[in-house]
Design a protein around this ligand. Sequence first.
Ligand code: NAG
Ligand code: NAG
Ligand code: NAG
Ligand code: NAG
Ligand code: NAG
Ligand code: NAG
Ligand code: NAG
Length: 418
Amino acid sequence: MEAMFNVIILIAAMILRQPNSVLSNVIEERVLSSGNRINFTELASLYGLKANEYNVTTEDGYILGLFHIPGSNHSRPVLLIHGIDLSSDCYLIRGDNSLGITLARRGFDLWFANLRGNIYSRRNIYLNPDTDPEFWNFSFNENGIYDLPAIIDIVMNKTKAPKLNVIGHSQGNTGMLVLGAKRPEYNEKINKLIYLAPVSYLSHVSPVLSAFISISPLLNLIGEAAGLNEFLGYNQRLTKLYRAVCTSPVSAYAICANLITFPVVGFDPTELGPTFYRVTNYYLPVGASRKSLIHYGQIGIRGVFAEYDYGAVKNVAVYNSSLPPVYNLSRVDFQSVLLVGNNDGVASVKDAERLRDELPNVESFRILPRKKMTHLDFIVDREPDPGHGVEVQHEVHVDEDAKPGQPRHQRDLDNTYS
Ligand SMILES: *[C@@H]1O[C@H](CO)[C@@H](O)[C@H](O)[C@H]1NC(C)=O
Ligand SMILES: *[C@@H]1O[C@H](CO)[C@@H](O)[C@H](O)[C@H]1NC(C)=O
Ligand SMILES: *[C@@H]1O[C@H](CO)[C@@H](O)[C@H](O)[C@H]1NC(C)=O
Ligand SMILES: *[C@@H]1O[C@H](CO)[C@@H](O)[C@H](O)[C@H]1NC(C)=O
Ligand SMILES: *[C@@H]1O[C@H](CO)[C@@H](O)[C@H](O)[C@H]1NC(C)=O
Ligand SMILES: *[C@@H]1O[C@H](CO)[C@@H](O)[C@H](O)[C@H]1NC(C)=O
Ligand SMILES: *[C@@H]1O[C@H](CO)[C@@H](O)[C@H](O)[C@H]1NC(C)=O
């Protein structure tokens, strides 16, 4: 069975392999000519930037890959958090036009998280991701309770900054909401969260995603029976098949973009064209848990932003209540800046408005001007200017200008930063 599957992947890869057309940036050229993903450090170095790597261990034993591109100015450190089945790399793959490289060139001190289970963070001191199903027993709940506190502690320790700015895309924001609600002591460590396509409620999603949400309890049963706890890990067979088909110039756009990606995230062929689309499929999907997906499904079905639902009986054992507790969003009291796309099939304007209305400290809520802005455009936009990139830079700058003449943070005072 497994051998047969591998043969199918091999044959698909051979049939679909084709010469490349004109390539517009060095990442496209490197990735598409070699047919291989290149990692964060290499992506950064293609643009003359040096990235340092850290391994962060969480309280419950997960080892997370964290990357640092040191800043040249005394700006407040910025932590960037990726979405589901993505990694830190998503902030660099657009090269000169990416948010990560744009901010690095402006001198910001940048830290790039990788949440448990993805390609850089598929490690645990006690558990083996390949043989211990318990490794995958997590959702964005654990991202918020364990991963983000461990990452934030390290960044604050290394930079001596009193507060961080955070940029989250998609699920990165869900984890931050859990952090603010469940670990309120972290609220004071965050200056502001800039939400790119914030995901919390999922009541007004694209029809395809809505259908997935409806059948998610069934998919969960099937996944459970089949022992599929990891959801689209980089080296899983289904992912390899997806990659073979969805990076090929023959089938990528015709099949994968039009039938899978665009229907889920929103249609925008202008920003996500055929060549670059193929590159994105080396960077998405790169690993998540089934439980994360099912947890989102439950939120979509119930219309309540609550903890994981184990069913009435087990809920009593886990939560002492037959329904899972609701995340108390009124505790999330760092400043919130929400940037929302008009054409986002996952984080819709209506759902984002509901989130805005429940957060206590919303500094601004902006629906981006470009009508076709989708869920993925926040990371694959051709131009950060004049789209969300300008808005994000404005946000991190305004913060620096807030108190002219005063030290911006401890680093200015003791110069111990290294
Ligand atoms: C990135 O790739 C380079 C070259 O293959 C390798 O030496 C390095 O260890 C990789 N780093 C990470 C964090 O995977
Ligand atoms: C992080 O851990 C990996 C092994 O999992 C190791 O190869 C790498 O050198 C470590 N990096 C640092 C900075 O400790
Ligand atoms: C860093 O300095 C450069 C040049 O002096 C400036 O253009 C840029 O805006 C500064 N960045 C920050 C984050 O202050
Ligand atoms: C997963 O973790 C929860 C608590 O976080 C626990 O109650 C449960 O038994 C664990 N295992 C499974 C298979 O759900
Ligand atoms: C932070 O730094 C201090 C002193 O350098 C060290 O004792 C402490 O263990 C560090 N904490 C973390 C989470 O790295
Ligand atoms: C469980 O909930 C009930 C009421 O809802 C409460 O009386 C009881 O103290 C709770 N038990 C624990 C262990 O928290
Ligand atoms: C939510 O948190 C707020 C602020 O801490 C508190 O006043 C309120 O009672 C909490 N609500 C619930 C349902 O726990």
